[in-house]
Design a protein around this ligand. Structure first.
Ligand code: PDD
Length: 282
């Protein structure tokens, strides 16, 4: 039987109950993290906890726990759920209060965590890559905050799913920002390009690892957004996220990207990423 964490307690999932007046439920007033766990250990935990704090600061919400408290709770939850490879989810909402757009005062945030088995990245993504479609980036102006208000992302991802694609690559003002649930990269003449960390993209933890790997292995990488045309003409396209790692996009809007197979720069990056995962070193 799996356990979840809610406001200081480890509970059976069906015993974990949140009030209908919780602002997460009524207003989507909360932030979250998704952290991969390999062999019972969190991957890049300090990066995720730092980003959680940045998201909380971005929505002016109190962090219910110190990093040390999060770490103790997370270790216990992973252990209660049997170790191994897991996908850990943390969520903090502003708490329970009568419905009002204005922030309530003196309310305790709701802290929730669950952990599910981590689905291995399907082998066919490694050998064939995956499909994506381009869509207009309909999200808000604070995409750097990992907010639970995911309706735009969900609509975009659903449209991609109905088109038989894994991901929607988003275009804002003529430039590629990121995926509906991933960061995006293109390779042009051997150099990697990914949008800079600003309010138009989520500062992905996997993206940080990719940037570090590129830098320490002398693979040219520019934190610079590419145009929609550069995306369509790219030699390679990739996406990255905590649950998908780095996946080559080999079909864009029903056309093959280069020869329609994962390219040489992705192969190198994936090998280095797997090495980093094993050894925790770039
Ligand atoms: N999403 N951009 C967006 C919009 C995302 O939702 C995600 C991840 C990323 C990649 O961030 P990271 O490398 O830190 O996972 C970028 C998670 C996995 C989710 O919502 O389930």
């Amino acid at each position: 039987m799996s356990k979840v964490y809610l406001n200081g307690e480890f509970l059976d999932p069906e015993q974990a109950k949140v009030s209908v007046f919780d602002r997460g439920f009524l207003l989507g007033d909360g932030v979250y993290e998704v952290i991969p766990v390999y062999d019972g250990r969190c991957f890049e935990l300090s990066g995720h906890l730092t980003r959680l704090q940045a998201s909380l600061d971005g929505v002016r919400m109190k962090n219910p726990h110190s990093n040390a408290e999060w770490e103790v709770m997370i270790d216990k939850l992973i252990e209660l759920n049997g170790g191994g490879d897991q996908s850990l989810y943390l969520q903090v909402t502003r708490g329970v209060a009568p419905r009002d757009h204005v922030f309530p005062e003196g309310v305790t945030p709701t802290a929730f965590a669950m952990s599910n088995p981590l689905q291995a990245v399907p082998e066919k993504y490694k050998t064939q890559g995956a499909a994506a479609i381009t869509l207009a980036d309909i999200r808000w102006q604070n995409c750097n905050i990992k907010a639970i208000t995911l309706l735009p992302n969900s609509l975009l991802k659903q449209q991609a799913h109905e088109a038989g694609a894994l991901e929607a690559l988003l275009i804002r003002d003529g430039y590629l920002t990121e995926g509906a649930a991933s960061n995006a990269y293109v390779v042009i003449d051997g150099s990697i390009y990914t949008a800079p960390k600003d309010e138009k993209v989520l500062p992905g933890i996997t993206r940080d690892v990719v940037v570090d790997i590129a830098r320490s292995n002398n693979i040219p990488l520019f934190e610079q957004a590419v145009t929609e045309q550069q995306l369509k003409d790219a030699d390679e396209i990739w996406i990255s996220s905590s649950t998908k790692e780095v996946v080559a996009i080999t079909q864009l809007d029903n056309s093959a990207v280069s020869d329609g197979l994962p390219g040489p720069v992705w192969k190198k990056m994936d090998a280095l990423y797997q090495q980093y995962k094993q050894k925790g070193a770039v």
